[in-house]
Design a protein. Structure first.
Length: 493
């Protein structure tokens, strides 16, 4: 039964290879891709229920027991991330089928999307920090291609910046792993946590932890996000949505796992730095969102703001704050995917990216306009939508810890998010319509279906908070009590 853990990684990767041989059969590629992701979503849900019922489960490859072999681990936190990413990918693919165009479909875009998802799921499920590096590279290699796919000048420019910064980040990651292994003589996450707890987190280990923090911050878009606004807005809309929903969240997941499991012993150093970076990220992200008039760039800076807000929970470190970060992660994966699909559709319908050149969209596309309004409310944290519960829990944790500066920055950022998204809504959806009846493009049915489905997911995450909190609290319990994870992995059974 434990073999099910590896399926969210290997099924997308194997399917990606198969699709290479079906280049000329676009419809078949679409059917296989969407079927694969639906299957992965079902498997992930089954795995979540299994973990909830039986506790943490692990898979030791080739029978090598921890800490010596390759290890995959499924706990509630990791499986919640896998399930959410898989569901979001299904709806992004549904949008892509009607908008991506045959030119991109003939360039193996679905293969690279599946490789991206495989790398993301592997990053969530691995129990070995070196394999985290490997899964990161699988994810990044696919993203390199997706950023540049299409060969437009702006894509090539941004892809060079994107590849360069991630290659530097990966090199630093390897150096940090070398120092870590030379110090604790293991790369198994649970074993690292045990060794660090036994030896004490001395200055050398704290330094390694901070180097890992820089690497994961780079990938999450925490302060070091200068590459993000340009790189995330040049691929096709469906790919933008996947990047917004998944890529930065893998970095956030790695930060949470690292500083709750392996290096939680010097919070006065590590968590203080995380808090400073989170606050600075929120401030800089807010400045970018307020300054821009480009709908895609505004959406990109909203990713940055959300990353800073989520990591307030990690910096504060209380149980309520960690629970809020986990809950808000789930919400943000869904909401950011929907936001990017919506603004991408705005660009498709109008041919414009600046809000000053758009107006009156709600007259021609009323349901589309009100779904955007609903998404805006969810991202601001208006009850009973999906963003509300996570913000309340993070705020509660910040009050418990006396982190009033972070509390102020976090909730002030909600006003900036409201303002930045509201200026799109008022400028682009109201006023005289710029689209004549002759120029009006129909909204593709599959795109509209993806909007409605993701909007319903946001509503369900908000209204179903009581049911979802059962899983979130279980995930939080493991994060704030790392001995549960360590015992589950290193026990002889």
């Amino acid at each position: 039964m434990n073999n099910i853990i590896v399926l969210p990684l290997i099924i997308p990767i194997f399917t990606a290879v198969i699709l290479v041989f079906l280049r000329n059969y676009i419809v078949v590629q679409r059917m296989i891709t969407i079927t694969t992701m639906i299957a992965v979503s079902i498997i992930s849900f089954f795995l979540l229920e299994l973990v909830q019922r039986e506790g943490i489960i692990k898979l030791d490859f080739s029978g090598w027991k921890p800490p010596f072999g390759i290890l995959f681990v499924a706990d509630t936190f990791s499986v919640l991330m896998v399930l959410t990413s898989s569901i979001v990918t299904v709806f992004c693919l549904l949008y892509a089928f009607s908008t991506i165009g045959e030119r991109h479909e003939n360039m193996f875009i679905y293969s690279f999307v599946l490789l991206l998802v495989g790398g993301v799921n592997g990053s969530f499920l691995t129990g070995d920090i070196f394999n985290l590096f490997v899964c990161f590279e699988v994810m990044l290699m696919a993203s390199y291609v997706l950023v540049a796919l299409g060969g437009e000048k702006v894509q090539l420019r941004e892809s060079l910046k994107y590849v360069l910064i991630n290659v530097i980040g990966s090199s630093i990651f390897l150096i940090a792993l070398a120092y870590l292994y030379s110090t604790v003589k293991t790369l198994n996450m649970a074993h690292i946590a045990e060794r660090v707890a036994e030896a004490g987190q001395d200055p050398m280990l704290t330094t390694v932890a901070l180097v890992l923090f820089i690497v994961f911050s780079l990938k999450a878009g925490l302060v070091l996000f200068f590459w993000l606004p340009g790189s995330y807005v040049v691929p096709p809309t469906a790919v933008q949505a996947l990047f917004a929903a998944l890529l930065t969240k893998v970095g956030v997941y790695a930060l949470i796992r690292t500083f709750t499991l392996m290096f939680p012993h010097q919070p006065e150093v590590t968590h203080t730095i995380i808090g400073i970076f989170a606050g600075a990220t929120i401030i800089l992200g807010c400045m970018g969102a307020l300054a821009s008039r480009n709908v895609l760039t505004i959406a990109a800076y909203n990713i940055v703001i959300a990353v800073g807000f989520i990591l307030i929970g990690l910096a504060v470190g209380t149980e309520s704050a960690i629970a809020g970060s986990v809950y808000y992660l789930i919400h943000d994966m869904v909401a950011k995917a929907l936001l990017f699909l919506l603004v991408g559709m705005m660009v498709y319908l109008t041919g414009e990216k600046l809000i000053d050149h758009m107006s009156g969209l709600i007259r021609n596309y009323p349901l589309f306009g009100w779904i955007y309004f609903l998404t805006m409310l969810a991202l601001v944290g208006i009850p009973p939508l999906s963003g509300f519960v996570g913000k309340v829990l993070i705020g509660k944790g910040a009050i418990e810890a006396g982190s009033y500066v972070l509390l102020f920055l976090g909730f002030a950022s909600s006003l900036v998010v409201l303002f930045s998204l509201l200026k799109i809504f008022l400028s682009s959806f109201f006023g005289e319509t710029i689209i004549t009846n002759e120029d009006k493009k129909p909204l593709p049915i599959s795109s509209m279906a993806s909007f409605v489905a993701l909007a319903l997911c946001m509503i369900a995450i908000g209204l179903g908070a009581e049911q979802l909190l059962v899983y979130v609290q279980n995930a939080t319990n493991i994060l704030v009590n790392p001995s549960i994870y360590i015992d589950a992995i290193l026990s002889e059974s």
